[in-house]
Structure formats: C-alpha cells, structure tokens
Write a protein that binds this ligand. Sequence first.
Ligand code: ADP
Length: 268
Amino acid sequence: MANDHAEIGMRMEKIKHKILVLSGKGGVGKSTVAANLAVSLAGQGAKVGLLDVDIHGPSIPQLLGISATPDQVITQSEPPLLSPVRASPNLCVMSTAFLLGHRDAAVIWRGPMKHNVIKQFLKDVAWGDLDYLIVDSPPGTGDEPLAAVQLLGNATGAVIVTTPQELAISDVRKCVTFCRQLDLPILGVVENMSGFVCPSCGECIAIFKSGGGQSMAESLKIPFLTRIPIDPRLVEAGDSGISYLTRFPETETARAFETAVARIARTM
Ligand code: ADP
C-alpha cells in the first residue's frame, strides 16, 4: 500500500495541475464540460490528460470520437502499463471503456474494486509530463470521487457542474460539503443548460430556470465560472464524437467554455 502511494506520487509529480470535474446529479453535462475543458486547454498548447473514472457510464471516448480495445492500451512491459489514447496532439485519454472490450459491457464492481481500478489509472497509466490532468468523476459523492481525491492526495481543485433548477442545486451543496470535508479547493461552479436561445426568434428561454448555480455559488462563497446555454449542437457534436469546441468554435456556447477555462487558468 505504501509502495502504491509512492508510485502514484512519482507519476503524479510530473503533472502540474490535477482538476476533478464533479456534479451532484447525472445528466447535467459533467462529461461534456470535462471534455470541452480538456479540448480547450489542449487547444491553447497545454499538454492535457483526461481520465474518465465514470466507471459505470464512461462517456468521454464517445464524446471525443475515440475508441480502443484492452489489447491496444495494455502494453507488454513488465509490469504492464496502460497507454493512454491520443485524442489530439496535446490531449490523451484513459477510460474504463477501453478496458471493457465491448461497448455494451456493463461493469458490476463493488467499492474496493472501483478503488483499485482508479488506483491503477493513476499509478499504471503512462501519462508522462502533463500541464493538466482533468478527472471526469461519476455524479454524486460516492466511491469513485472519494477514491480519486484520496489517491491523488494533492489535487489542485474541483470544478462543479450543475443545472440551474433547485433540484440539481441542492445536490451540488453536497458536492461542496464533500470538497470542504476533504480539503479539496473548489475552483468554481459551471451552470450548464442555462437558458436556450431560440434559433428562430433569438429570445432566451430559461427552460430549467436560470441563475440558480450563480446565486448558489455566491451564497456559498465559491467562484462562479460560467453559464453554458442549452445548445442542440452540443448533443450533435457529442453524438458524432467531435468535440463541440473543435466543431463550433465561434459560438456563444464556445465563448462560455472559454470563459470558464480562462477563470480556472487564472487561479493556477
Ligand atoms: P453527465 O456527465 O452529467 O451525465 P453528459 O455530459 O453526458 O452529462 O451530458 C448528457 C447529455 O446532455 C449529452 O447528450 C450531452 O450532449 C447533453 N448536453 C450537455 N450539456 C448540454 C447543453 N448545454 N446543451 C444541450 N445539450 C447538452
């Protein structure tokens, strides 16, 4: 165990900033935000790793249009290392999806097994020298985010993704408590699905209300990073495996992502 921590420490030492992307609920756009943050940072010239620890619902490979089989990522070295998959020249990815071998395979693992696989992702993946490691955690405050925070030891901080309605916001408060209890700095909150700009009349319609994430951030005294509107092109980009920022770089949504990245980078 002590050896494991030393080995994780040695690998993580080569990574300047480790950022966890968390959410209170599923389906709020956490993986979309994690993928686009990674793409944006990589596009600015940073060397970025993106680790998908959403063990039961790994969606990063689909969002970035990459795939791999266990044979392709497990190297023949002794002990065997995992080789991350390149999504672009500056962005490499590791995900449980690469280890399952079949896209419809389901993971039925209990807590200790999840802890072990996350340990392997930090210890045995040949990440190399990176500016950022972005960790896409499953929703909530369960085994996987806890394991990731504990194993990373000194993560730079967390980005919390929410949608604006009260139902989602109340779960985000739990995320904030989770971070505070684990001494994990909160880099800020992203309010996703914040309003929808009607393509025909241009009016902004607050489908899930708007501003809830921002006022929650203010009341809990944590930074607010950005509001991302509902944009059907995000679904289109995700489904076709081309990151939104690559496909639609000149939109209001793209600017919202860039605002978050600029605010995060300023805190580093
Ligand atoms: P989570 O990781 O929180 O479960 P995902 O990132 O997988 O959520 O997003 C869930 C779905 O919502 C995906 O189909 C994604 O394309 C879509 N989505 C995310 N953010 C937006 C947005 N701002 N506008 C439109 N669709 C979005």
